[in-house]
Design a protein around this ligand. Structure first.
Ligand code: ATP
Ligand code: MG
Length: 404
């Protein structure tokens, strides 16, 4: 296993009383691509800004290995050249792509003699060569995003931190960026990428950290995260569409024959039936028990026993849909935990008030021998003091005595 190159330890960031990043712990190893996935406002950019030293954490620390041991990021001056950042959608000054990239390369102390070659190489890689001498201000969003990525890696850093690198890109440009990131990994670079695009992330990342409301709610490989799911699904594409009147009886027969391999405790929020047919896609979706051996058995039965009903042409186990389910399951669990914590906090608060009232009652009470009541004469005294303080002199006349 390769060595840890970035370590986030109990990292917390607050904006006034609001906790944007809550005590997170993460380790990134050399050569890995780690994805930070979370909904809007989860704390991704805030985390990245702390790594980029744009924001200071309230507590916890970030450790980094430039050479030798892990060191506190705040004390390492070499991080500027060691890391490359793309944060948010980049906005650039009115400059040509060439002069802009030259400026960044010089800023990062890239060897002067090699700058032109490096710029040409990267512009070609991202299909921007013909735009080299055009003004970046006039570039489309996707082109600006690519220039932003080039700017992040122009000085050939070891660690590359990218915030939503594929936002606003068309599918082809997304593939360019995806390939670019993969290529950087093949050169031994370590990449940390934040995104809410689950598909893109699952395609490129070795591990995924899921973040919600500032807390890490899961951190593992896509496969391990998916295996935490009780149910798994597999999709079979058939050659010819099934005729509508055949679908119902066919699904009943399929459920009967495949019964030993189907998920017996299917979550009704996912599906109420273990096999579904999607006419437009000509696909059968099967929720099975998650055992790898079951896939082979299901396939055998579909081919042998349903030969006259349909022909299976392919099967897929989509990573994204599994990941989406893991993600929404984890977010739901996390929200539930937060709600439970809030309820517990409220109960503790109410218990504390009740205890205070109880002790106040004991302190203020006296036993009235004449009547046999427990009375609270001191309450009147406090009422008078409070009344005066609040500007109600009539409170002085109050004679009421509270009785139990
Ligand atoms: N400078 C700031 N002042 C106050 N609150 C902030 C500041 N920056 C971020 N926040 C808040 O912190 C939380 C996390 O924001 P952050 O930008 O890290 O989210 P994100 O996960 O990057 O979201 P998105 O997917 O929308 O980019 C949000 O609720 C945001 O409003
Ligand atoms: Mg963000």
């Amino acid at each position: 296993m390769s060595e840890t190159i970035i370590k986030l330890e109990n990292l917390t960031k607050k904006f006034d009383k609001f906790t944007a990043v809550n005590n997170i712990n993460l380790e990134v190893r050399k050569g890995e691509i780690i994805g930070l996935v979370g909904p809007n406002g989860a704390g991704k950019t805030t985390t990245i800004k702390m790594i980029a030293k744009i924001l200071k954490s309230n507590s916890g620390r970030i450790l980094i290995r430039t050479s030798g041991d892990l060191e506190d990021l705040q004390k390492v001056s070499a991080t500027v050249t060691h890391m490359g950042f793309l944060i948010d959608i980049p906005e650039f000054y009115k400059m040509t792509a060439n002069s802009l990239l030259k400026y960044f390369a010089k800023l990062q102390n890239y060897p002067k003699k090699e700058i032109n070659e490096r710029i040409d190489f990267l512009l070609a890689f991202f299909n921007l060569t013909e735009w080299k001498h055009e003004n970046v201000k006039n570039f489309s969003k996707g082109m600006k995003q690519k220039v932003g990525l080039i700017q992040a890696i122009i000085h050939d850093p070891e660690i590359i931190i990218l915030d939503e690198p594929q936002t606003g890109l068309d599918p082809l440009a997304r593939v360019d960026i995806r390939n670019g990131i993969k290529q950087l990994q093949s050169q031994g670079k370590t990449i940390f990428v934040a995104s809410h695009m689950l598909y893109e992330i699952s395609e490129i990342c070795d591990k995924i950290a899921m973040i919600n409301r500032g807390s890490i709610i899961g951190f593992d490989t896509v496969e391990n995260l998916a295996s935490a799911l009780k149910t798994r699904e597999i999709t079979f594409e058939v050659l010819e569409p099934l005729t509508p009147q055949d679908v119902e009886p066919l699904l009943s027969r399929l459920i009967e024959k495949l019964n030993p391999y189907l998920d017996k405790d299917l979550d009704p929020s996912i599906s109420t039936i273990p096999i579904k047919y999607y006419p437009e896609e000509k696909e059968l979706k099967i929720f099975y028990d998650g055992n790898d051996t079951s896939i082979g058995e299901i396939l055998k039965i579909l081919i042998k026993e349903f030969e006259s009903d349909f022909t299976v042409v392919s099967y897929t186990q989509e990573k994204t849909s599994q990941l989406e389910r893991v993600y929404s399951q984890m977010v739901k669990d996390n929200e539930l935990n937060i709600q439970n914590d809030e309820i517990k906090e409220n109960i503790i608060f109410l218990e504390a008030i009740a205890a205070c009232l109880f002790f106040a009652a004991i302190i203020c009470s006296e036993f009235d021998k004449k009547t046999g009541y427990i009375v609270f004469p001191k309450i009147n005294k406090y009422k008078l003091i409070l009344g005066k303080y609040l500007g109600y002199p009539s409170a002085e006349k109050s004679e009421s005595v509270c009785c139990l």
